[in-house]
Design a protein around this ligand. Structure first.
Ligand code: B12
Ligand code: SF4
Ligand code: SF4
Length: 351
């Protein structure tokens, strides 16, 4: 049997932290594999239908019970956070995109690439261990393990908030069969009596503090709801958001001093400045592909983005778009044609 020399735990941790920093992670913490504290909450959330039509989650509900559901034999999780905030000013009357989608690169591929570098280094140290790097898509409550690893607390807006960097960050994790000494969990709550996020949410998407009903969330409606129209009663509340929503983070006092030096890949693309209502409304699938392939916006496809833009144009009173909207009301996509017809009716009523 080959004898593997165990590196000194403190030295190993120091090297892990240094490598994490060099790869651009703002925070890196470690926790042990266990049932996530919010597992029962997650099951209730499914039962209440707050997952809307994102059934890819409840379809794997048993796997969420333990990180073993993602990597059998997991003993530790290395949880990382990467800031995406930068303080550029935007035209509030233009079609709005959530901050996380401003850059030219999809965060999934970027973070996964950086995590792979970290797992490569771990594999050299522990040739017999197994790892799995995850961002978003695995059946893992990332915020839960983030809190457990000491990154921050669950805000009333459900975001994981760090005292050091606020909440404008992505999470990712490496599951490993190697055991690492865990960091202490984050046990305190720093929301206090503040309710700004709950009060500011345009669609009233929080049935209670710390619980989000996706059916009403603009982020879900504009990005994840891709086979249906946006319900009638919510159409005007979506305002001018065409991809995601940042309201409950914009108002959070913990984001006032958030760092604003996100890496180059997350800086606002110049192209977004020149894309106004007219450019989006006249966009065909080829043009959509040319502009958004490889970016987070690619997720929705042309039809959903144009559907959202129809509503946003009506919500911002863009009567100069009426002719384009009339043409779109006979679009091949029913998502688009229904939204365009609604927008025409709204704008005509106003006139
Ligand atoms: C599905 C999903 C969504 C859904 C549902 C969001 C939600 N709040 O559940 C929709 C499409 C609406 C969405 C929107 C957004 N998302 Co999202 N989303 C996810 C995903 C894939 C799963 C989340 C999930 O499992 N939700 C189910 C609920 C029950 O779990 P949870 O909110 O994560 O965790 C809660 C429980 O553990 C609970 N809990 C635990 N114990 C207890 C005890 C009690 C008593 C209670 C009440 C609660 C409780 O509190 C936690 C926080 O609410 C994660 C990635 C991942 N795999 O985790 C990203 C993720 C949460 N999203 C992220 C982001 C960036 C966003 C948006 C900001 C994007 C945007 N700008 O449009 C918005 C924010 C909206 C919001 N306020 O949450 C980041 C969040 C980073 C952070 N700092 O928290 C994640 C982690 C993705 C990533 N890898 O970075 N998202
Ligand atoms: S992302 Fe927007 S719509 Fe969703 S909960 Fe936050 S403020 Fe409400
Ligand atoms: S806005 Fe206030 S209540 Fe909401 S998450 Fe931030 S601190 Fe907590």
């Amino acid at each position: 049997m080959p004898v593997t020399m165990m590196p000194d735990a403190d030295e190993l941790r120091q090297e892990l932290d240094e490598r994490g920093r060099a790869l651009g992670f703002d925070l890196l913490r470690v926790t042990s594999a266990a049932q996530p504290t919010g597992y029962e909450t997650l099951l209730r959330w499914f039962e209440q239908g707050y997952d809307a039509d994102m059934k890819w989650m409840s379809g794997r509900s048993a796997a969420y019970a333990h990180p073993d559901g993602v990597l059998p034999g997991t003993r530790s999780l290395i949880v990382v956070a990467m800031n995406y905030h930068n303080s550029e000013t935007i035209d509030a009357a233009a079609p709005r995109f959530a901050r996380y989608a401003w850059g030219e690169q999809d965060y999934h591929s970027l973070i996964r690439r950086q995590l792979k570098q970290l797992t490569g280094w771990l594999n050299d140290k522990f040739p017999e261990h197994r790892t799995r790097a995850v961002v978003d898509t695995a059946p893992l409550l990332e915020r839960d393990f983030g809190r457990q690893a000491g990154i921050g607390w669950f805000g009333k807006n459900t975001m994981l908030i760090s005292r050091e960097i606020g909440s404008w960050f992505f999470l990712g994790a490496i599951l490993t069969t190697q055991e690492f000494p865990p960091d202490p969990p984050f046990e305190t709550d720093h929301c206090g009596s503040c309710t700004r996020c709950l009060d500011a949410c345009p669609t009233d998407a929080f049935p209670e503090s710390g619980v989000l009903d996706s059916n009403r969330c603009i982020s879900y409606l504009t990005i994840e709801r891709r086979t249906q129209t946006i319900p009638d009663e919510l159409r005007s509340l979506v305002d001018n958001w065409v991809f995601g929503c940042d309201v409950c983070q914009d108002v959070c006092p913990w984001n006032r001093f958030a760092p604003d030096e996100a890496r180059a890949e997350f800086q606002r693309r110049a192209e977004l400045e020149s894309i106004g209502f007219r450019e989006l409304l006249t966009m065909d699938a080829v043009e959509f592909d040319r502009i958004f392939r490889g970016t987070p916006l690619y997720r929705t496809g042309r039809d959903v983005l144009v559907r959202n833009t129809c509503l946003a144009a009506a919500n911002t009173g863009r009567r100069d778009c009426l002719e384009l909207l009339r043409q779109l009301s006979s679009d091949d996509s029913e998502l688009v044609s229904a939204a365009a017809a609604w927008a025409v009716a709204q704008l005509s009523e106003e006139g």
